[in-house]
Design a protein around this ligand. Structure first.
Ligand code: HEC
Ligand code: HEC
Length: 482
């Protein structure tokens, strides 16, 4: 299926960014990144991409204690290179850049990044690393919730190339999880320390807003996207192909932000602060010897700032539409097999206290309304912190605490909607280990427990411990099979 191959392997040239600007493959080789470490970092390995000889050896080593003595290949950085060359590390796509018909990333070939690095897991049929990645057949769609994106970005030899998505300081103010922000003169080591600290950049999250705030958000499912609109936790995209295009043209190659059209976007969204960031980023690219950008192959089109082409660029539209069809058709995982009586009681509780916002029936569209910040977070006190270059957008505001940090600059106001939080698919919850878009809650029981406090995000509690167990059981059982 064409859409499947777009999702799995299309990079639209972003290997130029990942290899020549951020220099991730070089960083991996320099760090002597072993397959065991890759699994610990949450990467997934596609067993079907590996030849029989390598597969047999790996399977034998996986049955050991995986020590360097008993599992030499799994502790050998050369095996990581071999796996990437074989296109077996999900989402890290090797490209025959030197045109010699062979794939070797230590001999001039580049590595790009595909959507699957964050939005695919495996069936774990060969191996499952606790709290990490796995080896097996690809399962497209479920969020890679144990992927340590921050650690991988830190491994890049030039992590400063991710500047727009890092926590920065503007006029002495810095918003995010870290006590202070990075600047244009921050060293590679300082950027790496920020990215690899899970207190600042939690496992299972990605900072996908080019706003200079440290607001890494929880990864989301990409199956059954026909039910999931609007897209993004701020509901900032109405159309699936628009968010996919934005991912290709900004997150997977942020150098588009220092083109004329990228600067226009930053001006619209954040006026002078946006221009400052573009200037600082251009300086970093110059200082670190990055040339020939932007790398992404996309058509100049439309007006910058429009959700259809935020940086005035759109990748091949047919491929985006093919991928829509694939992401719409991917099935949701089966719900957990649970105690039917508990689930039935949980369902009644859910009907009584949760359906003001959520559907009981997950085969229906997620309600498309955005929930006002104050309704989902009573502690929300918006304080103006910045200017827009386009007065039709919402005011740039921040509330003390991290729950609204993704929405300081990015919200649905550029498509004429209010600022608020989109409703998630309540699916794959048995496997989910982090909850709410800011990844602030670690279990369903905790989500429903009033000890989180009356003004905490999503304060919809059940005081009785038995009721919480019933509700969690119901939620874990949800799927689209009814
Ligand atoms: C480095 C990790 C990463 C990569 C790579 C990535 N995404 Fe995502 N994606 C995320 C995170 C995190 C979110 C949640 C964003 C939010 O909360 O607004 C997300 C959200 C989404 C959503 C919104 C889903 C919903 O129901 O609201 C879509 C659609 C999506 N991504 C598509 C893509 C596509 C298509 C690609 C490839 C072009 C891609 N992503 C690449 C991490 C990633
Ligand atoms: C006022 C509207 C509202 C009510 C009432 C409500 N929710 Fe939610 N719920 C939301 C919103 C909005 C989100 C997304 C929050 C986010 O991502 O930060 C959410 C997120 C969730 C999630 C997290 C999903 C994930 O993958 O992170 C679960 C589970 C959930 N709600 C269950 C419930 C239950 C159970 C109840 C009733 C006890 C309930 N909700 C009541 C609006 C509501």
């Amino acid at each position: 299926m064409a859409g499947r191959d777009v999702f799995r392997f299309e990079t639209f040239g972003n290997e130029g960014f990942w290899t020549d600007a951020a220099r991730l493959p070089k960083g991996m080789v320099d760090a002597k990144f072993t397959p065991k470490q890759a699994l610990k970092a949450g990467l997934q390995v596609d067993i079907e991409a590996i030849n029989d000889a390598l597969r047999k050896k790996m399977e034998a080593e996986l049955r050991t204690d995986m020590s360097p003595q008993n599992a030499p290949m799994l502790n050998d950085p050369k095996t990581t290179v071999a796996l990437i060359n074989a296109n077996a590390v999900v989402g890290m796509v090797p490209k025959d850049s030197n045109g010699d018909g062979k794939l070797d990333i230590t001999n001039g070939d580049k590595v790009g990044v595909a959507c699957t690095i964050c939005h695919t897991i495996t069936d774990k049929s060969v191996f499952d690393m606790p709290n990490g990645g796995s080896i097996g057949r690809r399962v497209d769609g479920p969020a890679a919730l144990t992927l340590n994106v921050g650690k991988l970005l830190a491994m890049a030899a030039n992590s400063r190339a991710f500047y727009p998505n890092l926590q920065q300081s503007f006029l002495g103010i810095s918003l995010g999880r870290a006590p202070s922000g990075l600047g244009p003169d921050s060293t590679e080591a300082e950027v790496d320390a920020y990215l690899s600290n899970p207190a600042y950049y939690p496992v299972g999250t990605f900072d996908e807003t080019q706003d200079g705030h440290g607001n890494s958000v929880k990864n989301t499912p990409l199956f059954r996207q026909d039910l999931a609109a609007p897209y993004g936790s701020a509901g900032e995209f109405k159309l699936l192909d628009d968010i996919s295009n934005a991912s290709y043209t900004t997150n997977l190659d942020p150098t588009t932000l220092v083109t004329a059209e990228g600067r226009e976007l930053l001006q619209i969204k954040a006026g002078p602060a946006g221009q400052q960031m573009a200037d600082e980023y251009a300086r970093i690219l110059k200082d670190t010897g990055v040339t020939g950008y932007p790398f992404v192959k996309a058509k100049l089109t439309g007006k910058a700032g429009d959700p259809a082409n935020p940086v005035g660029r759109r990748v091949d539209n047919q491929k985006l539409l093919d991928m829509n069809a694939y992401l719409d058709s991917l099935p949701a995982p089966a719900g957990a097999k649970v105690n039917a009586e508990m689930a039935a009681r949980g369902r009644e509780l859910f009907r009584a206290s949760c359906t003001e916002c959520h559907n009981v029936d997950q085969t229906k569209f997620v309600p498309p309304m955005l929930v006002e910040m104050k309704a989902v977070w009573p502690a929300y006190i918006p304080i103006p912190v910045g200017l827009r270059g386009d007065s039709r957008l919402s005011t740039v505001v921040n509330s003390p605490g991290i729950f609204d940090d993704k929405m300081i600059v990015v919200d649905a106001s550029d498509r004429g909607e209010k600022r608020g939080v989109a409703l998630p698919l309540l699916l794959d919850l048995a496997r989910t280990n982090i909850f709410l878009h800011d990844a602030s809650v670690g279990s369903l029981d905790n989500l429903l427990d009033q000890s989180r406090g009356a003004t905490a995000p999503h304060p919809f509690y059940l005081t009785d411990i038995g009721q919480r167990a019933d509700m969690a059981t119901f939620l874990r059982s949800l799927d689209t099979d009814n």
